[in-house]
Design a protein around this ligand. Structure first.
Ligand code: CNA
Length: 243
């Protein structure tokens, strides 16, 4: 690990009480959940259909059995536990230094670690609703259903509250995220390839003093960052002290 860069990160964190974190699937790989675009990510595994196709709205409507086979197998990781990155971000919030976590993840691990102000841009596997009557179901209900989960009240198909390809993002969550990023002094971006829009475009609203990028792979934004760290994000945050 590049300890000089860890020291720089510590200094940046020590010097601010208005930090915002923007993250993606790479934040949860150290919790055992595969991301999409790493070498061992879901996009490099072989399925009957490309993952981008399976997790699209039209595919969900046309072939819900195939959708749920993939979803339950690869995206519902209900036993996963937060890692040091999730835990340290929760600690920073509690200490009054971090204002919000803005995440593209759908795994609920930030909240499980204790974070309160979490903007879930792409929703959460923990919430599921009947597409006909709106009845709520938890993730266990979906996991334990055979094939496609059906509403116990009306028989309608149950859909996870996650944003599939071809679906729009929640306006309220988007505008709150813009507002957090626009007023942040430090923006830490971690574990995201920054290629999924409109989420990745949110960082253009940042006008603060320090931009930090913690990502194993190179991103298009590396050149504009004040500090770029390529070590695993959980290991990086495990080195950070919260004062
Ligand atoms: P992505 O495109 O798969 O990119 C992940 C990035 O994280 C890559 O650039 C990796 O190099 C990097 N990375 C992987 N592990 C680590 C690590 N330990 N430390 C530092 N960097 C690491 O994922 P994005 O989030 O950018 O793409 C957005 C998609 C992925 C969103 O729509 C998510 O819903 C979706 N997704 C979420 C989860 C989850 O909730 N845990 C899992 C898989 C995919």
């Amino acid at each position: 690990m590049d300890m000089d860069k860890i020291r720089q990160l510590q200094e940046i964190i020590d010097g601010s009480d208005n930090i915002v974190f923007f993250g993606g699937a790479g934040v949860s790989t150290e919790s055992g959940i595969p991301d999409f675009r790493s070498q061992d990510g879901l996009y490099h595994m072989k399925y009957k259909y490309p993952p981008e196709t399976i997790i699209s709205h039209s595919f969900f409507m046309r072939k819900p059995e195939e959708f749920y086979r993939f979803y339950k197998d690869k995206m519902l990781a209900l036993d996963a536990q937060p890692n040091a990155a999730h835990r340290k971000l929760a600690e920073l919030e509690k200490a009054g230094k971090l204002k919000a976590v803005i995440t593209q993840n759908i795994d609920g691990l930030h909240q499980k670690a204790g974070s309160r102000e979490v903007m879930e841009l792409h929703g959460s596997v923990l919430r599921n609703y009947c597409t006909r009557c709106g009845e709520f179901y938890d993730a266990e209900y979906v996991k334990n259903s055979d094939s496609v989960p059906k509403c116990a009240k009306c028989g309608g198909m149950v859909k996870p509250d996650v944003v599939l390809y071809e679906e729009g993002l929640d306006n309220n969550i988007m505008s709150k995220s813009v507002s957090y990023i626009r007023s942040a002094d430090v923006l830490i971006i971690g574990g995201t390839s920054l290629v999924v829009y409109p989420a990745a475009g949110l960082i253009d609203y940042f006008r603060g003093s320090r931009l930090v990028l913690i990502n194993k792979g190179a991103t298009a934004r590396d050149a504009g960052a004040d500090l770029v760290i390529t070590d695993p994000i959980g290991e990086v945050f495990s080195q950070i002290r919260v004062s």
